[in-house]
Design a protein around this ligand. Structure first.
Ligand code: A2P
Length: 313
């Protein structure tokens, strides 16, 4: 399996287990099965509401496999309501306590969006947002770098940042080490990937399978089904693999990390085996030719009504 190399020599295994949408009662077992099957990278977030159970799964797997904490790569994310300077490190400590870990390998700013600290859940009105003056992205990121200095995290990055927002952060503070964004053949985001590669920023592909288990409110009626795409299905047949494996391999093959979510034992194992597939130039060309330009996670409602959408600039 490919590994993403960081400037201090740390290496992040490209294929990780996603835990967004994993029910708390299922995720402990999923994490345990995954680590026992050979996963060494787990992607978490405070907002997923299941970090305690993820932590229990990690603990059990460390016991059953005999591997050490430092053999794992654990990522988590700072929620939007914790962007104020005084809130960043306490929020990180809560995540560490829930996961029962002493440090994270990677901590990401979940969205370039700041919400009222007392807000539970998602914004419902313009009053739920903090302005850039009240909670500048640069200050939030500086606090994450302070957490890095303190040894609470080994790497600091962001998620859901556009090129414009990355440039601003790089001007004001420094480059994030990772930008985790939606990436799959329907949304390859080539310009963003090129920019990140040029500046030494890694990428992680979220929703690599199209996140078909999102709630109905998050879906559009005319949404295309990535796993049913004919090009993907044809290559899967040719390679004696599943469509899901082809999508995961595509992400790994282009040098990004990728975090397919599953709580199903068979699919957890199947997804890790994607690494063994070998693409030909024709396979790559066919997948890269799909070009649908479809975003599953639109970030609707993540900016006040008088501002452009979160991905528009
Ligand atoms: P399940 O958890 O029952 O395996 P994404 O990673 O893009 O968010 O997609 C997650 C969705 O894809 C979940 O519904 C998950 O279901 C399903 N899934 C995970 N692995 C595979 C696979 N190899 N083939 C088909 N569906 C998969």
């Amino acid at each position: 399996m490919n590994k993403l190399k960081f400037e201090n020599g740390d290496q992040m295994p490209a294929i990780g287990l996603g835990t967004w949408k994993s029910e708390p009662k299922e995720v402990k077992n999923a994490v345990k099965i995954a680590i026992e099957a050979g996963y060494r990278h787990i992607d978490c977030a405070a907002a997923y509401g299941n970090e305690k159970e993820v932590g229990e799964g990690i603990k059990e797997a460390l016991k059953s496999t005999g591997i050490k904490r430092e053999d794992l790569w654990i990522t988590s994310k700072l929620w939007n309501a914790d962007h104020k300077k005084a809130d960043v490190i306490p929020a990180l400590k809560k995540t560490l306590s829930d996961l029962d870990l002493e440090y994270l390998d990677l901590y990401l700013m979940h969205w370039p969006v700041a919400l009222r600290p007392d807000l539970e859940g998602f914004p419902e009105s313009d009053d739920d947002f903090l302005s850039e003056e009240e909670a500048p992205v640069s200050t939030t990121f500086q606090q994450m770098l302070e957490a890095k200095k303190q040894g609470l995290i080994h790497h600091a990055g962001v998620s859901n940042f556009t090129v414009t927002k990355l440039k601003k952060l790089m001007d004001e503070v420094e480059k994030p080490e990772m930008n985790q964004v939606e990436l799959h053949p329907y949304l390859p985001q080539n310009e963003l990937i090129d920019f990140c590669q040029k500046h030494g920023i890694h990428n992680t592909a979220y929703s690599p399978l199209g996140s078909g288990d999102r709630s109905e409110e998050m879906k559009s009626n005319d949404e295309p089904t990535l796993l049913e795409n004919e090009v993907i299905k044809e290559i899967a047949k040719k390679r004696n693999a599943s469509a899901g494996q082809i999508l995961i391999k595509w992400a790994e093959d282009r040098g990004t990390a990728v975090i397919p979510k599953s709580t199903n034992e068979g699919r957890i194992k199947e997804n890790l085996k994607s690494a063994d597939i070998e693409f030909t130039t024709e396979d790559r060309k066919a997948i890269n030719g799909i070009e649908k330009n479809y975003r599953f996670l639109k970030g609707d409602g993540f900016t006040p009504s008088d501002q452009p959408g979160v991905f528009s600039e």
